[in-house]
Design a protein around this ligand. Structure first.
Ligand code: UTP
Ligand code: MN
Length: 584
């Protein structure tokens, strides 16, 4: 190969993602999932888009988010004797994965038509209902009997059988247990799972705020089509290093979870009042309303330069700057990159132990080069997204291994998983210790020790980067100095019958005092984080990032004991993780 390798810029190293709003390509499937205890688990609804126009589709999606409406309906009801009767804990979630849906909503009535979207065998194991079921269920605050709304006659019996309407709900004979009392005040009539967004919080968020951290950004919003088109322009600007322009599009995207479908009639009246939508962006929005697409986006999609740069940056460690350098060397495809970096697909030997031992002594170039080589060799595995169940399994395995070398640790899976994404590109876990006093001491040095152990156990196959204290804030002595980070490649233990898929796993170790700031920081999304930092600085005179919160004028440190406290310290309304999807 005639090419000489470039030395990638520092700002594109994996350790500096925090400063980089540009992200890997995101999934576009319309989904919203909140994980809850099984007895209060929301009903997962999958909507088949066929035969439903985009406006209706959006309003159906919105219905699944109308918790307030549902709450109103479930205030105590009286039976014929004037006695309050119980109502069910009814909650809905939009799901992007038909396999996990409890109910499939469709306007299709023919078997052949449905089969184009849902495998027939799978369809037989689901309640398949018309959109009216969704509307009525929301209207009446309880899941309606699916049989009455069966979308396909031939699946009527299966639909009745699979219907998740819970007989104990609204029956007048409440089940025992704390969430089902027969008489309760309106304020307690609905036991909202701890884990779900609270309507009281949501009502305090405002979609016209300049800061993402004051707005509600669900995973799916009514203007998803528009956002996808704008995101391509944003990506193109990012790839070309046009930071300011990129940020304008990122901001436009982040305000587009406007709670209604953007139309001609609300464009002038309401949309133009949203922050960050200047003349140019408004004209693009108008173009989208008129034609369903944006001309510039179409041009970008057909550009071979865009395609190449976009493909390059899917490789962990390759940022726009490196991508452009590689392109300028004449490289166009990922196969070209393989030859250039002398990588064999699927094979990536690495002296992992040596990498672990050398942690902290390597140059940024060495770290980036290694990340690229590993990511390139394993790209076919890394391009397979990780379902939620597997994310949970990975966390379980990691924590049971950790228990073997350090007892009393705790973890929260953060990143896209925590924001409700049905599929993740990698798994990010923040780990700390339960003991507030002695925890920091126990966490110190644990990252390296633990990664060594995971490697010995065959669970971590590669280490892309391992960082310890002071890694990215060497000059900021005032912050709690205890974030340790390992960017690794992980495989779940298998029984040998199947090849295990290599997964990207990031482990972040935080002292108890900075556990919640690390959780907030790593939950993302990127724009949400960016605005949290900005809000803290501009509105409160605070400095906030994953490694801590401090007051600027006297450097006083704060150690929040809950996630809510992080928001309170910054003077913010709590935003539920599933409403922090301010990027696409
Ligand atoms: P990810 O890149 O893992 O993205 O960063 P994601 O949102 O989980 O989505 P997937 O993985 O593509 O499915 C998670 C969050 O962690 C923060 C960023 O704010 C990001 O939103 N982060 C990431 C940091 O704070 N520092 C880093 O070095 C990396
Ligand atoms: Mn992630």
């Amino acid at each position: 190969m005639p090419f000489k390798r470039p030395s990638p810029a520092r700002s594109e190293s994996s350790s500096s993602v925090e400063e980089h709003p540009s992200k890997r390509p995101r999934l576009s499937s319309p989904t919203e999932i909140i994980s809850n205890a099984s007895n209060t688990r929301p009903l997962k609804v999958y909507i088949v888009p066929a035969k439903i126009d985009s406006k209706t589709f959006s309003s159906l999606c919105r219905l699944t988010e109308r918790r307030d409406a549902i709450l109103e309906k479930v205030s105590p009801k009286k039976d014929g004797n004037g006695t309050e009767v119980d109502v069910c804990d009814f909650d809905l979630e939009l799901s992007g994965d038909v396999h996990e849906a409890d109910v499939v909503v469709t306007a299709v009535h023919m078997k052949q038509r449905l089969e184009r979207h849902v495998d027939w065998e799978l369809a037989k194991s689901k309640a398949i209902v018309t959109p009216q079921w969704l509307e009525d269920s929301v209207k009446y605050g309880r899941p309606m009997p699916c049989g009455d709304y069966a979308a396909l006659n031939v699946l009527h019996d299966e639909t009745v059988h699979e219907c998740p309407d819970r007989p104990s709900c609204n029956s007048g004979s409440p089940e025992p247990g704390p969430s089902h009392t027969s008489s309760r005040s309106p304020s307690t009539s609905k036991q909202i799972p701890e884990d779900a967004p609270q309507p009281a919080d949501i009502s305090l968020l405002t979609h016209t705020s300049r800061y993402c951290c004051c707005r509600a950004s669900p995973l799916v919003c009514p203007n998803q089509g528009l956002i996808k088109q704008l995101d391509k322009i944003k990506e193109a600007r990012n790839l070309e290093g046009e930071e300011r322009s990129m940020l304008s599009y990122a901001r436009a995207i982040s305000v587009s979870p406007f709670p209604h479908v953007i139309t001609h009639s609300n464009l002038k009246r309401e949309i133009s009042k949203l922050p960050y939508l200047g003349e140019k962006l408004l004209s693009m929005v108008e173009e989208f309303i008129k034609t369903g697409q944006i001309n510039e986006t179409q041009g970008i999609l057909t550009s071979s330069r865009f395609q190449a740069l976009s493909a390059f940056t899917t490789i962990h460690g390759i940022g726009p700057h490196t991508a452009r350098k590689l392109y300028n060397l004449g490289l166009r495809t990922l196969e070209d990159l393989e030859r250039y970096y002398e990588v064999e697909p699927g094979r990536c030997g690495q002296e992992t132990l040596a990498v672990i031992e050398a942690a902290g002594r390597e140059s940024d170039e060495a770290i980036v080069e290694r990340s690229i080589k590993v990511a390139l060799a394993l790209r076919h595995d890394f391009s397979q997204t990780i379902p939620r169940a597997e994310v949970e399994e990975m966390n379980r395995v990691v924590m049971s291994e950790l228990e073997q070398i350090e007892q009393g640790c705790k973890s929260i899976v953060v990143g896209g998983y925590r924001r409700g994404k049905p599929q993740s590109n990698d798994v990010d876990i923040v780990i700390s210790h339960r003991n507030w006093e002695s925890g920091a001491g126990k966490i110190k040095g644990l990252c390296k020790r633990f990664v060594r152990r995971l490697h010995e156990r065959g669970l971590v196959t590669h280490v892309m980067h391992l960082s310890g204290f002071h890694e990215h804030n060497a000059l900021r002595t005032h912050h709690w100095d205890s974030l340790e980070k390992a960017l690794t490649v992980f495989v779940l233990p298998g029984d040998g019958s199947q090849r295990r898929v290599y997964r990207r796993l990031d482990l972040i170790f935080a002292a108890p005092q900075v556990f919640w700031t690390a959780v907030v920081g790593w939950t993302g999304s990127t724009m949400f984080q960016r605005d949290l930092r900005l809000y803290a600085k501009q509105q409160k005179g605070f400095k906030f990032d994953s490694s801590g919160i401090s007051r600027r004028h006297d450097s006083k440190l704060f150690f929040p004991k809950t996630e809510r406290e992080v928001f309170e310290l910054l003077g913010l309304v709590y935003v539920h993780p599933t409403l922090r999807n301010a990027d696409i």
